[in-house]
Design a protein around this ligand. Structure first.
Ligand code: NAI
Length: 637
């Protein structure tokens, strides 16, 4: 019917129903670049001339509906005018879409994020396709910006402000069925009937589900109350000087009905903020980590984990959650039982559907005899941190492994070069180093020992991606990257306590800097005994801090023993109020961390400064708005 569209196809069937299919040229996923929006506008021009009975908007990509705006265009914004123009472009176009006379429907299959959801929200109907890949969300806040193309206006109208603010302030996504349940989608159908359902719904004349009365009030006369409540929640999580976007989202919704153009100064401030630039950097760093292992054909189905303790148990559970069949070995069944129990809690928390949780549970098999070894594609050793114990285990396991299987160790402190001496094929041992707690920490260090087979390291990265973690390749060196940078930071924090600064004040200094947790609370969480052992290995012979020694002597080991620097109850530290933070304390504490990170880059433990920043952010939670420790140092010079 039309000419000159590169990214869209427009077809009109015999009944007069038009389908606009977005299939962005040269890309595997759809994003809303200026060009794509321009074409969409001319497509609407065309439909103005001969209005269809209904318009269905869908994707031509298997990857999903629309991933969002084109991030590379966002990265190229140089001036405030360009920022405002970008907001204006989508805001005006989607208002136009919302106002067309004929009924419109977004057929959402796969991811529908950011600008993609804003486009779908501007349609009269939204139909989701029930499959695991269908995810809807407005994740702009995670890039330090706001949903300026109508999301802040229409999502609260569609699902009520409480649910809408929750989605916009956290960036979390929801699945197809949940979208229907909360009123975001008008219906949710299985893939095989989606076309038929879309055609029926678009011309059905069916009214939208009205917002419940209370939600209407909350989106009207009670806006101020809701906004104040949301601000209180946000204050607990992030500070406005570090993360201005969530505060801006609440303001724009409350005062301008989600129209950012009505508050151009806010647009300028947010888009030009260092936070937005740095969060974009973090996004790219994450993409870089995700690309590791792409060059490997390795695919795991079965995993065998040996050692069902704190780490092994949780690693096994995570792998089962991510679809692997997992055998979990320990010395006795009794030692495996607590791990299975923890796994059960994880499955029901992460997989709301009891059938899916049950299936994950069935994939996790207690295996005290190690019967899973010959079938496993990946074997992960997570037993006690003793060279001899690990040697004995490797001797027994290696001859039983199937050819091509990966043998990995989760060791934190032992040299892979020492561990592999008993192996027939030492070049095949790789470190796959998870962090505690496994389910919360996105990073996994993939450790390459001297002379290791590079194909094995690539395969290990591919495996880490398969279980949805971020692999960071590191060379074998004490503490690898993450623990090596944390050790001098924790030491500096405890030296400050030795000087008489209270643990609360030390923690407050780093919270104000932007860390998710203060270093003293972190030490309590990790365990003072572990901090002591790490210090011996990584502090370069420095004396242990007095405050640490005294507590370890009294067996005050932190969270796990109920008392460390803080008393712990219900899993929370009982903190007193912090004193005033001495000037320069945060910089003093963070300096050794940054110095060490620089040194590790210079020594080649991690390939470059960007990857060091990525590792420290995803492995320790280092304030993401800074763009990472090395980026922060450079910016503050
Ligand atoms: P853990 O002491 O909680 O668990 C070790 C488990 O291994 C115990 O259940 C024990 O019964 C079992 N085990 C010992 N010898 C065995 C054998 N020959 N066969 C089968 N099972 C055996 O230890 P955790 O903390 O889980 O540490 C395990 C490994 O993970 C260590 O190498 C440690 O360095 C590393 N790691 C620990 C982290 C942590 O935060 N705890 C973080 C990252 C790595």
């Amino acid at each position: 019917m039309n000419v000159n569209l590169q990214h869209w196809r427009l077809e009109v069937d015999a009944q007069g129903i038009a389908t606009a299919t977005l299939d962005k040229a040269g890309e595997s996923a759809n994003s809303l670049s200026a060009e794509v929006l321009r074409e969409f506008s001319s497509l609407l021009d065309q439909l103005d001339v001969s209005p269809p009975k209904g318009l269905i908007i869908r994707s031509g990509k298997v990857a999903g509906f629309i991933a969002g705006a084109d991030i590379s265009e966002f990265a190229r914004l140089d001036t405030a005018e360009q920022g405002r123009a970008l907001v204006e472009r989508g805001w005006t176009l989607f208002n136009r879409l919302a106002a067309v006379k004929y009924p419109t429907l977004a057929l959402v299959r796969g991811h529908c994020l950011g600008g993609g959801l804003e486009l779908a929200l501007a349609c009269r109907y939204l139909l989701t396709v029930d499959q695991p890949a269908t995810k809807l969300g407005l994740p702009e806040v995670m890039l330090g910006i706001f949903p300026g193309w109508g999301g802040m206006l229409r999502l609260p109208q569609r699902v009520g402000p409480a649910a809408a603010l929750d989605m916009m302030l956290t960036g979390k996504t929801i699945d197809a069925r949940r979208a229907k349940k909360m009123g975001l989608a008008d219906d949710c159908v299985p893939p095989r009937v989606m076309e038929m359902a879309a055609r029926q719904l678009v011309v059905s004349g069916q009214p939208r589900r009205p917002l419940p009365f209370m939600q209407k009030l909350m989106n009207g006369p009670l806006k101020r109350v809701v906004a104040n409540g949301a601000r209180k929640q946000v204050v607990k999580k992030v500070r406005p000087q570090h993360y201005p976007a969530p505060y801006a989202i609440i303001d724009l919704w409350q005062k301008h009905d989600g129209n950012a153009l009505a508050a151009p100064e806010v647009v300028d401030r947010i888009i030009a903020s260092p936070t937005a630039r740095n969060l974009l950097r973090v996004f790219h760093l994450q993409e870089r980590l995700k690309a590791f292992g792409k060059d490997s054909e390795f695919k795991a189905r079965r995993v065998h984990v040996i050692g069902a303790g704190v780490m092994g148990g949780d690693i096994a559970a995570w792998c089962a959650l991510r679809g692997m069949t997992v055998t979990l070995q320990d010395q006795t069944l009794e030692r495996i039982a607590p791990a299975i129990q923890r796994a059960n809690t994880l499955f029901s928390k992460k997989l709301r559907d009891p059938l899916l949780a049950r299936a994950a549970f069935d994939r996790l098999i207690p295996d005290p005899q190690g019967d899973g070894v010959p079938h496993a594609d990946v074997i992960i050793e997570a037993i006690f941190e003793h060279v001899e114990a690990k040697h004995a285990l490797f001797r027994a396991v290696e001859p039983r492994m199937k050819p091509g299987a990966l043998l990995a160790t989760n060791t934190s402190s032992l040299r892979l070069e020492d561990l592999r001496t008993v192996l027939q094929r030492p070049e095949r041992l790789v470190g796959i180093h998870f962090f505690n707690p496994v389910s919360m920490m996105p990073l996994v260090e993939v450790v390459e020992a001297e002379g290791a087979d590079p194909a094995v390291v690539r395969a290990a990265c591919a495996f880490v991606r398969q279980i949805d973690k971020l692999p960071l390749p590191v060379r074998s060196a004490p503490g690898f990257l993450v623990n090596a940078v944390l050790a001098p930071y924790m030491l500096a924090a405890m030296r400050a306590v030795d000087e008489g600064i209270s643990p609360e004040t030390v923690d407050e200094a780093m919270l104000a800097f932007g860390m998710p947790m203060g270093p003293i609370e972190l030490i309590d969480t990790v365990g003072l005994d572990i901090a002591m052992a790490a210090g011996k290995q990584l502090a370069g012979g420095a004396d242990a801090p007095k405050c640490l020694l005294q507590r370890v002597e009294k067996n005050q080991l932190g969270k796990k023993s109920g008392q460390g620097f803080y008393a712990w109850s219900d899993g929370k530290p009982q903190k007193g109020s912090a004193g005033s933070v001495p000037a320069g304390l945060a910089e003093r504490l963070v300096t050794p961390l940054i110095d060490r990170a620089e040194r590790l880059v210079a020594e080649g433990v991690v390939v470059d400064a960007d990857l060091a920043d990525a590792g420290v952010i995803f492995g320790t939670g280092f304030a993401p708005f800074t763009g990472g420790p090395l980026n922060w140092r450079q910016a503050s010079r």
